[in-house]
Write a protein that binds this ligand. Structure first.
Ligand SMILES: *Cc1c(COP(=O)(O)O)cnc(C)c1O
Length: 402
C-alpha cells in the first residue's frame, strides 16, 4: 500500500466475491488472498469440510487419511507428480524442493529467473536490478553473499541467456526453477518454445527442471501450467489453492527423486503441522469443486470477458497500456509493452498505476496494490461484479482521454 501511497485496509470478513473492511465498506476482491480463493470467500463446501474436520481435532503429528486423499488427488491431477510431500507454505515447498534437487544431483547451483518469486527462501530472494542481478548480490538484508552466490540469474523468456549460463557451468547446476507462467512481476506468459527449451537444456546438462506452480497450480488449468503447455517438469511446487485458504504447500515429482526424501531417503524434510487435517480438508473440498465439469470453462469465460472489457476501457486513454492474461490471472501494465520479462514490466509507469489503483478502490474494487502482481478472477465473481469492475475502469480511463 505504501508503493501506491494508500493506507492498508483492515479486513473484517469476506463473502463470495466480496471483502468488507472494519469500517463496513465492501469491495469486489481480485486479490483472493493472493491466489488461493478461486471459489471466493467462505465457499459453503470448504466451510463445511473445515467444520467437520475441526470436530475431529486440529493436528495429530501422524499420518491421517485426509492427507493421503489430497495427495492422491494432486497426483491424479498433475501426472508429473508420482509422489508428493505436504508442507505448511509455498515457501517451505520451494525451499525443500531445492534441497532435494541438490541432494539428488549432488550439485550446488540453482538457476532462477529475474522477477520470479518463489517465497521468502534466502537463496531465492535474489532477483532484481541489473548491477545487483549481475553480481548476484542479495536483494534483502539478512541474506548472505554465500547463500546467494549459488543462485544464478537468467532473463525470463530468454532461452539464449539460459543456454549461455548452462554452457558456462551447467555441470554445477542442480535445478532450473521457474514460474511457468510468471505472476509475481505482473502476469507474464512463457513465450512459445521457452518452457520446451528449458526442458531440453535441463536434460542436456543433467539438471532438474522445477516448476513453481504455487500460484498457477489448479489456477490456469486443473493440472496447472504443465497441463496447459504440455511440459513435464521433474519436480513441482504447489500451495495456495491446494490448501483451500488454509496454510499449505506441497512439493512432488518423479518417484526416484522423491524417494530420496526422509524417511525413505536421506534428504531431511519435516514440519510439525504438515498435512494437518484442517488444511487437508479445506484443500480437498476446493479441489472437489474444481474437478466438477465446466469449472475452468466458466472461469475462462468470466476472465476473458473482464480482460476484453478492461482492454476496451484502456484503449480510450492517451496513456499507453497493455494487458497480459493466462486464464484467470491478468495484469494491466501501464506501458505500451509488450511485457515479456521483468525488464519490460519495469517500464510501467507506477505513478499511473497508483492513480488507477486508488480510483478502483474508491469505486469498490480491490486490486493488488502493485503493478507487479496478478489480478485473480474467481468462480464467485458474478456478471454484475465484472460489469461494475469494467465500468469503474472505463470511468478512470475516459478521464485520461485528453
Ligand atoms: C505465493 C508464492 C510462493 C510462496 O508461497 P507462501 O505460501 O506464501 O510461502 C512461492 N512461489 C510462488 C510462485 C508464489 O506465487
Amino acid at each position: 500500500m505504501r508503493s501506491v501511497d494508500a493506507e492498508p485496509l483492515f479486513i473484517a470478513r469476506g463473502e463470495g466475491s466480496r471483502m468488507y473492511d472494519v469500517d463496513g465498506n465492501g469491495y469486489i476482491d481480485y486479490v483472493g488472498s493472493w491466489g488461493p480463493l478461486i471459489l471466493g470467500h467462505c465457499h459453503p463446501a470448504v466451510q463445511e469440510s473445515l467444520e467437520k474436520a475441526l470436530r475431529g481435532g486440529t493436528s495429530f503429528g501422524a499420518p491421517s487419511p485426509l492427507e493421503v486423499e489430497l495427495a492422491k488427488k494432486v497426483a491424479a491431477a498433475v501426472p508429473s507428480i508420482e509422489m508428493v510431500r505436504m508442507t505448511n507454505s509455498g515457501t517451505e515447498a520451494t525451499m525443500s524442493a531445492l534441497r532435494v534437487a541438490r541432494g539428488f544431483t549432488g550439485r550446488d547451483k540453482i538457476v532462477k529467473f529475474v522477477g520470479c518469486y518463489h517465497g521468502a527462501v534466502d537463496s531465492l530472494l535474489v532477483q532484481a536490478g541489473s548491477g545487483v542481478a549481475t553480481l548476484s548480490l542479495p536483494d534483502s538484508p539478512g541474506v548472505t553473499r554465500g547463500t546467494s552466490a549459488d543462485t544464478l540469474l537468467a532473463r525470463y523468456n530468454d532461452l539464449d541467456d539460459v543456454r549461455g549460463i548452462m554452457a558456462a557451468g551447467g555441470e554445477q547446476v542442480a535445478a532450473i526453477i521457474i514460474e511457468p507462467v510468471a505472476g509475481n512481476m505482473g502476469v507474464v506468459p512463457p513465450a512459445a518454445g521457452f518452457l520446451e527449451g528449458l526442458r531440453k537444456l535441463a536434460d542436456e546438462h543433467g539438471a532438474l527442471l522445477i516448476f513453481d506452480e504455487v500460484m498457477t497450480g489448479f489456477r490456469v488449468a486443473y493440472g496447472g501450467a504443465q497441463q496447459l503447455f504440455g511440459i513435464a517438469p521433474d519436480m513441482t511446487c504447489l500451495g495456495k489453492i491446494i490448501g483451500g485458504g488454509m496454510p499449505v504447500g506441497a512439493f512432488g515429482g518423479r518417484r526416484e527423486i522423491m524417494e530420496t526424501v526422509a524417511p525413505a531417503g536421506n534428504t531431511y524434510q519435516a514440519g510439525t503441522l504438515s498435512g494437518n487435517p484442517l488444511a487437508m480438508a479445506a484443500g480437498l473440498a476446493m479441489l472437489t469443486e474444481l474437478e466438477k465439469p465446466g469449472a475452468y470453462e466458466r472461469l475462462e469465460e468470466k476472465s476473458a470477458r473482464l480482460a476484453a472489457e478492461l482492454s476496451e476501457a484502456a484503449a480510450v486513454s492517451s496513456w499507453p497500456t497493455c494487458q497480459n492474461r493466462v486464464g484467470s490471472m491478468m495484469t494491466v501494465f501501464f506501458t505500451g509493452g509488450p511485457v515479456t520479462n521483468f525488464e519490460s514490466a519495469k517500464t510501467s509507469d507506477t505513478g499511473r498505476f497508483a492513480a488507477y489503483f486508488k480510483h478502483m478502490l474508491a469505486n469498490g474494487v480491490y486490486l493488488a496494490p502493485s503493478q507487479f502482481e496478478a489480478a485473480f478472477v474467481s468462480l464467485a465473481h458474478s456478471d454484475d461484479d465484472l460489469a461494475r469492475t469494467a465500468a469503474a475502469a472505463a470511468a478512470f480511463f475516459e478521464a485520461k482521454a485528453g
